[in-house]
Write a protein that binds this ligand. Structure first.
Ligand code: FAD
Ligand code: DLZ
Ligand code: SF4
Length: 518
């Protein structure tokens, strides 16, 4: 008999492991272990979501006739790693082989490839994770010979491959004649479009037991459990998808970049924890969105603008697949990059949320309360601030990996190190997403109630993002002045007087020396 080890982010009923094994003779192993729960100080809600989803999934497999060995979290147990649990299970059942679907994270896959067979004393068979649209070999072929990669061109390949939003006699033209409607997706929230109701899930005994366990066993981990909202079963994840399609997708495009005080989710899908853990698959979500858009066109459901459905599908078959491709192509070296030479420590408020900067405190409160922040908060608020202040990439990457319910190294690392920190020298994205407070002011209502003044740069109450932005531009002049997408910025810098430049520099230096006090 063989043992199939299913990881916390492999909760998919047609996972390769489950397809190759035989429920009549083979066994499934799942394990909650200290090593996985502790390689960073994961947010309490991330652990609770995953443990509860794992327990529900194990139950689902048992109902389908599988023999499941489930190792519950036990801080006193010697079986504190996946390898230790697998070894005990192999010995207990006299298994002939261990079967696993390729891991999401390099860290674990590397150990499995190099260590596990000899430690276990039986062969380890690894199957490709075909829940992704693009496998590593295909991505390598696409990336081959390119010095810089561009998501947009990769995305077009994925549209052709999946047939999503394609039309024309050969099905090879993008619907509506354009591949990308991003320019329509930058509206500030009008305050009038009703925000969607929140989906509330009833908590069953498994959820309650896990929530109590996490509170008890992980008291020093970040975040709180009071407002735990995540679904923990496949059926609840599907309800979340239906809810998104009916109530959020129609406005997803228009308000994709908008931020509003007290509104933590806007029109975002909140689906990433489910997709990443495997309760929903990428293609399932994208085909459902395309179907909802078509039904809307036929008057069979809410009308969904093309910019909304295209924007949503692009995030998944574009960005999500693209960052995964980059991760597997360049690990482990990718994680070591720090091409802007940043060394600043991560400010205290990333962990406690206490700062007078309203935009930061809103994004950080969302993180503490829900293990969530929507993309523009991650990119243009906490991410932008880390970039402008020159935070050491390892520290900010570890933070992003710990604090969100959807965070796994393969998706977090390229987004943080590449997209936000530009630490890969512009391989993933052509230009850093550095921005002054003006961008946040344009896309949100935060500045109205902030202690700082977004309209000024060098006074004692000036918005920190403003002088820090110019400090970033000045200190990285050598790296960026020949980047044609930044030439306008350097022309603007040159137009400023030496006194103004000096005042901006001095104010930013002061802020950098007192970062923890902002
Ligand atoms: P929506 O806005 O509704 O988007 C729909 C879906 O598109 C998401 O569920 C997600 O599956 C996918 N998606 C959107 N943008 C990206 C992206 N840039 N990369 C990959 N998938 C994307 N996403 C994660 O899933 N895990 C992470 O650890 C993670 N870390 C991030 C770190 C930084 C610094 C940044 C800037 C972004 C990160 N993202 C990460 C991407 C993105 O912010 C989240 O996927 C998104 O906010 C999740 O919320 P949602 O499901 O409501 O997304
Ligand atoms: C994130 C996570 C946590 C917190 N705990 C577990 C666990 O106890 N058992 C498990 O199998 N997986 C867990 N995970 C997800 C793993 O870290 C993830 O499967 C690997 O990093 C591979 O992507
Ligand atoms: Fe953020 Fe600056 Fe606006 Fe305050 S003034 S909310 S710090 S952008």
């Amino acid at each position: 008999m063989r043992i199939g080890l299913i990881l916390g982010d492999q909760l998919t009923v047609n996972l390769a492991t489950l397809r190759v094994l035989d429920a009549a003779t083979d066994r499934i192993l799942m394990a909650e272990v200290a090593e996985e729960a502790g390689y960073v100080r994961h947010h309490k809600q991330k652990i609770a979501f995953l443990f509860s989803a794992m327990r529900h999934f194990a139950e689902q497999l048992q109902q389908q006739g599988w023999q499941v060995d489930y190792h519950r979290y036990d801080a006193q147990s010697d079986l504190d790693s996946l390898l230790a649990v697998a070894k005990a299970c192999v010995q207990q059942h006299g298994a002939s082989e261990l079967v696993i679907t390729q891991c999401g994270e390099y860290r674990l896959q590397h150990a499995i490839d190099n260590l596990w067979a000899s430690e276990l004393g039986v062969p380890v068979q690894v199957f490709a994770d075909d829940r992704f649209v693009c496998d590593s070999a295909e991505f390598t072929r696409w990336a081959d010979g390119k010095k810089q990669l561009r998501m947009e061109f990769f995305y077009r390949e994925m549209r052709r491959k999946t047939g999503l939003l394609m039309e024309g006699p050969q099905g090879n033209e993008p619907v509506g004649g354009k591949w990308n409607y991003d320019a329509d997706n930058r509206k500030r929230y009008d305050g009038k479009t009703p925000l969607p109701r929140e989906l509330v899930f009833e908590r069953d005994a498994i959820d309650q037991e896990v929530l109590a366990l996490v509170e008890r066993e992980f008291p020093d981990h970040i975040g709180n459990l009071d407002d735990f909202r995540w679904g923990t079963t496949q059926s609840q994840a599907e309800q979340a998808l239906d809810h998104f399609l009916a109530e959020r997708l129609p406005y997803f495009g228009d308000y994709q970049d908008a931020m509003t005080t007290g509104e933590d989710f806007m029109f975002h899908s909140l689906l990433s924890p489910y997709i990443n853990a495997g309760l929903l698959t990428a293609m399932q979500v994208c085909t459902a969105a395309e179907r909802a858009w078509l039904q809307g066109k036929q008057g069979d459901g809410p009308e969904i603008p093309l910019n909304a459905v295209e924007g949503f599908i692009r995030q998944i078959i574009g960005w999500r697949e693209y960052v995964r491709g980059i991760y597997w192509l360049h690990m482990p070296d990718y994680a070591e990059q720090n091409r802007l030479g940043n060394k600043q420590d991560l400010p205290r408020y990333y962990w406690d949320g206490n700062t007078g900067m309203k935009c930061m405190s809103e994004a950080l409160r969302n993180m503490l309360d829900h293990a969530y922040a929507h993309h523009i908060q991650r990119l243009m608020v906490t991410g932008n601030f880390a970039l402008l202040t020159g935070t050491e990439p390892k520290q900010i990457c570890e933070w992003y990996l710990a604090v969100y319910a959807d965070a796994y190294d393969w998706v977090e690392l390229p987004n943080t190190l590449g997209m936000v920190m530009h630490a890969d020298g512009g391989y993933l994205g052509s230009k850093p997403y550095a921005a002054s407070g003006n961008y946040i002011h344009k896309m949100s209502d935060y500045c109205k109630t902030c202690r700082y003044n977004v309209k000024t740069s060098v006074e004692s109450n000036s918005c920190p993002f403003n002088s820090l932005y110019w400090h970033f531009i000045m200190r990285h002049k050598e790296q960026f002045q020949s980047n044609h997408r930044m030439s306008m910025i350097y022309r603007n810098l040159d137009k400023q007087s030496d006194e103004k430049k000096q005042a901006l520099w001095d104010r930013a230096e002061y802020l950098l020396a007192n970062l923890d006090d902002l």
